[in-house]
Design a protein around this ligand. Structure first.
Ligand code: MLT
Length: 410
């Protein structure tokens, strides 16, 4: 008799973004003339930078010629992309990585989930609250938790509140955990961790023999000087942290798919017998067994992001989104809302007016303003009373959405 993975049955509802999509489709079916503006899921709207597109085209053409055709590539990624990342993305931060430490993949969402394969189930995992839902749900799916309680907290997972009081960055816990997820710039709150905050976590990890999963998918959106872009800028992090980065938001690759995961050779964890094993070796084993790499044209396109021209064009697009963020932040603050984020991240995290529940505010914005956002409670119980707006829309839509919300709040 075939049996299902019963841990999936513990998950409360559908994944957050499809659930929002379902509600929006129901609304537009009932109101076909409504001009709905979507600032919910953080999906990019600007086309690929021209230099990236051109490299993409050229690489596709190579596959059409017998002399340059190629089949399987290395599961870990092509050296031309890995070398580009070592030199252009990490060396300027003073972070020195070897080729073997970077793994190219098709997304950080998958990597933050797949990395769980190489860890024992009885590790104690800590996640922020609110948090990118993938961290929570994939731990439930793999069987690391009991059922959820009435507030939505799963038994066995340690939740670290991220509130206005701590600047939406989790404090190190009093108890010992083995794995912690940190995300900076943060999705969903749009805030960033300081050097001192990251140092606190690196010290904690080293003292407690814990591993940090550092999700830096939005690092390219940092605008203020002095904000760490990589956890490896913190001394000691190469001994305790795995870092995830992505081309999705940085360069418009949400549909193209390319990301990277850094697993330093020094990061180790214990076997039941107490021997130390390098995570790099296990991740390499996992990837070479379960993954056949990212397609050659996609990796050529990704490398072109870091060419002089590509980077100039990419930065201009990031600037466009960050101007959107400013318009949302200032427009809504001017209308009397409390807003966070939007300075070093493309997300604005606002307090719902009068503290109304997040999903009620979602319905109000959808039905009265025809604007879609993401309810804060969808990211965890501590997100209740908050709401996330994405800055990835078209400028005209963003301006119009802010105007509609301002009118509604009057
Ligand atoms: C989000 O809106 O939080 C992101 O688009 C989700 C993702 O990157 O998977």
């Amino acid at each position: 008799m075939a049996r299902v993975n019963e841990h999936y049955l513990k998950l409360n509802a559908g994944y957050l973004f499809p659930e929002i999509g379902r509600r929006v489709r129901a609304f537009t079916a009932a109101n076909p003339s409504a001009k709905v503006i979507r600032l919910g899921i953080g999906d990019v709207t600007r086309p690929l930078p021209p230099a990236v597109l051109s490299a993409f085209h050229d690489a596709v053409s190579e596959l059409g010629d017998e002399k340059t055709f190629m089949g399987y590539g290395p599961e870990q990624g092509y050296d031309f992309l890995i070398d580009t990342l070592i030199e252009k993305a990490y060396a300027p931060l003073g972070v020195l990585l070897s080729r073997a430490e970077i793994f190219i993949s098709d997304g950080s969402k998958c990597d933050t989930a797949n990395i769980l394969d190489i860890f024992a189930l009885d590790n104690k995992v800590a996640i922020g609250d609110p948090v990118y839902p993938v961290y929570n749900d994939t731990n439930v799916m793999i069987g690391r938790s009991g059922p959820a309680d009435e507030r939505g907290y799963y038994q066995g997972i340690v939740y670290l509140p991220c509130t206005e009081a701590n600047g939406f960055f989790p404090d190190v816990p009093k108890e010992k955990v083995d794995i912690v997820y940190l995300c900076s710039p943060n999705n969903p709150t749009g805030t960033v961790a300081t050097n001192a905050q990251l140092k606190g976590w690196v010290d904690y990890a080293l003292a407690n023999d814990a591993v940090i999963f550092f999700d830096a998918a939005y690092e390219a959106f940092i605008t203020e000087p002095g904000v760490p872009r990589s956890i490896y800028e913190i001394e000691g992090a190469k001994r305790c942290a795995v870092e995830f980065r992505s081309f999705s938001k940085t360069a418009g690759f949400t549909g193209v798919r390319c990301a990277l995961t850094v697993v330093p050779e020094e990061v180790t964890a214990n076997t039941p017998a107490g021997e130390r094993v390098a995570l790099n070796r296990l991740w390499n084993r996992r990837q070479t067994t379960k993954f056949n790499g990212v397609s050659y044209p996609v990796q050529r396109a990704a490398a072109a992001v870091y060419s002089d021209e590509g980077w100039r064009q990419t930065k201009a697009i990031i600037g466009y989104y960050m101007e959107n963020a400013k318009i949302i932040r200032e427009g809504l603050a001017g209308a009397g809302l409390t807003v966070h984020g939007g300075v070093n991240a493309p997300y604005i995290w606002l307090k719902t007016p009068g503290g109304i529940p997040s999903w009620d505010f979602f319905d109000r914005l959808l039905t009265e303003c025809n604007v879609v956002g993401t309810p804060g409670s969808g990211f965890g119980p501590s997100g209740e009373g908050f709401f996330r707006l994405s800055a990835f829309g078209n400028r005209d839509d963003v301006v119009e959405a802010v105007e509609r919300i301002r009118r509604n709040l009057r």
